[in-house]
Design a protein around this ligand. Sequence first.
Ligand code: FAD
Length: 434
Amino acid sequence: MILILGGGLAGMSTAMHLGKREHLVLEAATMPGGLCRTRDVDGFLFDYTGHLLHLRDERIIRLVDELLPDAFETIERDARIRTHGVTLPFPFQANLHGLPREVVSDCLVGFSESLARPIPDDPETSFEEWSLAVFGRGISDTFMLPYNCKLFRRRPAEMTADWVSWAVPKPTLREVVDGALGVRNEGMGYNSTFRYPRQGGIGVLPEAVAARVEHMRLGQRVTEVDLDRRVVRTEGGESHDYDELVMTLPLPAFLRMARGGPQGLADKAARLDWSVVACWNLGIERPGVADGAHWIYFPDADTPFYRAGVPTNFSAGVAPPGTSSLYVEFGLPRGQRPDRERLERAARAALEREGILLPDDKILASDWIVIDPGYVIFDAERQRVMDEVVPQLEEFGVHLIGRYGAWTYSYMERALLDGLEVARRLEQGVGHGV
Ligand SMILES: Cc1cc2nc3c(=O)[nH]c(=O)nc-3n(C[C@H](O)[C@H](O)[C@H](O)COP(=O)(O)OP(=O)(O)OC[C@H]3O[C@@H](n4cnc5c(N)ncnc54)[C@H](O)[C@@H]3O)c2cc1C
């Protein structure tokens, strides 16, 4: 028996790819899909903040096309950055034109100085050191460091860079200089286009995957895992034996609910850190909010949120005709809950100041989503804990996958791939109990 903890994309993809091997998914919520669900609030379809599909792997492209032929539109990204009173195209480092002259000058000088510096490949290099080596002082101080500090709620000098260094190439001097002179560089980066469903929000993807999963129990919150006896217990008092366990729940919670097995798992959980994402969703009685932008980054300290997005600018199918939907995302440190009233007041003032909302805009829907854990914090401790627990747990037939099971910076395609890959490994009998 292969027991799969969590019915998000990673857990369901595992089940879907296991075929005839005996398996069961246990999911705490009454709906499958985890972070990829879509909520209907008064006719507005809200995702768990922006959920845009970037596909690179041929196997997943084939899978998505087969699950949902023609459901997705491919959209060219319109991402912007609002800082120092101006709006720039994303990515920042290649679109400096329009910033105050002294900021452009600092960015250019800092970038030219960085060209002589090697990019560190030590995994314990701090995010701050990495940013300075790749972008130089001006770009780091104006965008990279303040934005990521707002997002992760940790000092960049305390984080490592391994979550991002694979995705962000060093721009060329020509790209940075051209961008400073006003030559558009918008397509740069790994995600210049994305896919999004024409109708129904991103939730249509987990729904299609769930339709292929035969053995899933919803409303089953796992509370204890006996690693020695290979038994999982749920809140409702059920016990499930297993030979192999595929684990997609947040790793710190799993390490705390584990009994037996390797020593000191709860202590290891205490060494992991994360941030919380609090998202305020709004339905607005006006079309075309934010002038076509898909999402906007806000690195400056005087804006309380780090990002705002406008789903109706990339999918008309997520809101009633003649309206717009908007989400604003706040980063909070672990353990903190959003003070909704205060944040709504501050966000509304900032959105009006930035011209995204108008003073007489009527709010038709308002909804909060708190994602906890939201972002895994990459620091030296995380790497040490993972180096210890991954092989230890494999010895006990536990396979860590998914964004929070593998405790990583991950995305929908990766979740689907994690499920496919672990299913193939288990089919080939690579797990210890098989
Ligand atoms: C703010 C934000 C924005 C994102 N934007 C994008 C994006 O634009 N594009 C992209 O590709 N990816 C994006 N992602 C990442 C994407 O959401 C995830 O990588 C993917 O959905 C993770 O799937 P998963 O199955 O690993 O985890 P989850 O979706 O978290 O699934 C885990 C499941 O476990 C269940 N569970 C938890 N505890 C228990 C328990 N005790 N017992 C039983 N079940 C339990 C949960 O209910 C959940 O269903 C974003 C993530 C965040 C936080």
